[in-house]
Design a protein. Structure first.
Length: 340
């Protein structure tokens, strides 16, 4: 046991040591791509009618006249000191914008993952349990559809059906515009509970349900397919056959042997799902006017606000890399079959 813990500890140290390298590569690519792209922040801020003097002053103010290597070194120095700079579109500190928008995206992503699991796991189990039946075909079609549907189209169809035609959910937003949302942590549902504000809690859940279920459905195929495949593999394994020979009943076989071993590889899939969540959330947030970090990124890209784009991309990458690091270490700790 001690030997295994030592291996996990060394494995964790290696993973943690590689994390800054991953962030550096991502941040360097963002820096490079934003500066080789057509146009520039001064063009976006001043417009095409600005004179050359105004453009020169703008470039001087933001250090865009400095040599490329100097810009890059200053950029890395700011990152090391956790200074993301100010927005080039309105001068607001980037970290303030991110701190306001990030809780909305985390709230949406958290509930989307829950709904994805609630949809995907039963579909995968039902399809495997009823092979060749109509339930199996329904499970397969649903899983394929969740992969194939473009997020923006799925979001618009959800709005059309449940907001415009059936009028069950609001068409967008995070909270009623005529009321002030409670603001303690930035997570409206949590803040509503802390304030014992039932109206705010109901309103927040009411606005959250449609975008989170939509995004959860689009991600559910990953859970459905991977759970079905790994559960089928567990049911065909030697340890499962040995448990059957010992006379263990079917319920205990499924709960104690098959399902736990089928869920273990899904931890790895969850890390990849969170990475894909960032791309899917961008289109979902735009369609539902959800005031999260993905919507802020879209606005910053259109405004050529390279400071904001850099900051949001780095923070998002840091979150994704950290979650994947945690999942890798967790898998290494709970699965003795992992070879380091």
């Amino acid at each position: 046991m001690k030997k295994n813990l030592d291996k996990v500890f060394k494995y964790s140290l290696i993973k943690i040591a590689l994390m800054p390298i991953s962030i550096w590569i991502i941040s360097s690519l963002v820096f490079l791509l934003l500066r080789v792209a057509p146009g520039g922040p001064c063009d976006a801020m001043l417009g095409t009618s600005a004179d050359q003097i105004a453009r020169d002053n703008c470039r001087e103010e933001y250090g865009l006249n400095d040599p490329f290597i100097n810009q890059y070194l200053n950029y890395l120095s700011d990152l090391i000191h956790f200074n993301l700079g100010n927005s080039t579109s309105n001068g607001e500190p980037v970290i303030d914008v991110i701190s306001r928008a990030l809780p909305a995206s985390i709230e949406l992503g958290f509930f989307a993952i829950i709904f994805a699991a609630l949809i995907g796991f039963p579909l995968g189990y039902l399809g495997l349990k009823k092979k060749g039946s109509k339930y199996d075909y329904f499970s397969r079609i649903t899983g394929i559809s969740s992969y194939a549907i473009p997020p923006f189209w799925g979001a618009m169809m959800a709005q059309l059906i449940f907001s415009v035609i059936l009028r069950i959910f609001p068409i967008g937003g995070r909270f009623p515009i005529f009321y002030q949302a409670p603001n303690i942590t930035g997570f409206i549902i949590l803040d509503s509970i802390l304030n014992s504000n039932l109206f705010a809690l109901q309103s927040a859940i009411y606005h959250l349900l449609l975008p989170s279920i939509t995004l959860g459905f689009l991600l559910s195929g990953i859970f459905s397919r991977s759970f079905r495949m790994n559960l089928d593999k567990s049911l065909r394994s030697d340890y499962y056959d040995a448990a059957v020979c010992r006379g263990i009943n079917n319920k205990n076989l499924m709960i104690n042997y098959a399902i736990p071993n089928a869920l273990l590889p899904i931890l790895t899939i969850t890390g990849l799902t969170i990475a894909s969540l960032a791309g899917g959330a961008l289109l979902i947030e735009i369609t539902f006017s959800w005031p999260g970090i993905a919507l802020k990124l879209q606005e910053a890209i259109f405004q050529r606000d390279y400071k904001m784009v850099q900051g949001i991309t780095i923070v998002t990458s840091l979150i994704i890399v950290s979650i994947n690091l945690f999942i890798d270490i967790l898998i290494a700790f709970i699965d003795p079959r992992i070879d380091y």
